[in-house]
Design a protein around this ligand. Structure first.
Ligand code: FE2
Length: 241
């Protein structure tokens, strides 16, 4: 998929830095598509890539599970279906999928957040499945999380407004990041993320990539917010397993 991707003039960057979070249409319309986002530090000042294209893309998202048969088969396997059922998610719907590269040398950080900030449902019962496709270590930018932090309320939401995206802040206190613990896992491991669990990852300054596949599942009985960034066109409604 990466080798077939021709970025042309389009070089959308994924960054979780609030000041320059990518809010362009390419990102905001990607909820029912397969789109490619570059690492923030992929480019020289003249716009040329510092590394080959294959080592410059931050992630691919966000409907791999509906549009690409390999990801469809994996995401809707009986193992994943049964696991989500065991977690108590009723009438599950597969909301979002991402292939995350965390590229060597330039893999960007993802600042501390709760997934429900970006994918809000009422009640807030989103589940994140994070599959390690390569060993994830402190060195190459593994996940970190705050134990028990999911019992903290939702601190903010990222919402669509007539003038673009904005954060609605409910709790302005900083995350107690000194409480973060690294989630180092081997290739093939699955990390389950409660939608309210604060988690992050640091930059990957190592020479090793840290590929992961993530899938977010919601309950069809919950109300999916109409002002979340991720919206499906009527032609491509969310589907279950
Ligand atoms: Fe997350």
């Amino acid at each position: 998929m990466v080798s077939a991707f021709d970025p042309g003039e389009l070089k959308s960057i994924f960054s979780t830095n609030e000041q320059n979070r990518t809010t362009d249409d390419y990102f905001l319309e990607s909820g029912d598509k397969i789109r490619f986002f570059f690492e923030e530090h992929a480019f020289h000042s003249d716009g040329a890539l510092k590394q080959p294209k294959e080592q410059s893309i931050n992630k691919i998202g966000h409907a791999l599970h509906d549009l690409e048969s390999l990801f469809d088969t994996f995401s809707r396997s009986s193992k994943v279906r049964d696991l989500v059922s065991d977690l108590g998610v009723e009438d599950p719907l597969l909301l979002q999928s991402m292939y995350i590269f965390k590229q060597p040398n330039i893999g960007g950080e993802v600042t501390c957040h709760q997934d429900s900030t970006f994918l809000y449902t009422e009640p807030t019962n989103i589940v994140g499945l994070w599959f390690a496709l390569e060993d994830a270590t402190i060195e190459n930018g593994c996940l970190w999380a705050i134990p028990g932090g999911h019992s903290t309320g939702l601190k903010s939401r990222w919402v669509r407004t007539p003038n673009g995206m904005k954060f609605e802040i409910y709790d302005n206190t900083p995350w107690p990041e000194e409480a973060l613990v690294p989630l180092e896992v081997s290739k093939g491991a699955l990390i389950l993320l409660h939608g309210l669990l604060p988690h992050r990852s640091y930059e990957n300054k190592s020479s090793k990539s840290r590929h992961a596949y993530t899938l977010h599942v919601i309950s069809g009985r919950a109300t999916y917010s109409a002002n979340n960034w991720l919206q499906r066109s009527p032609a491509m409604p969310l589907r279950g397993f």
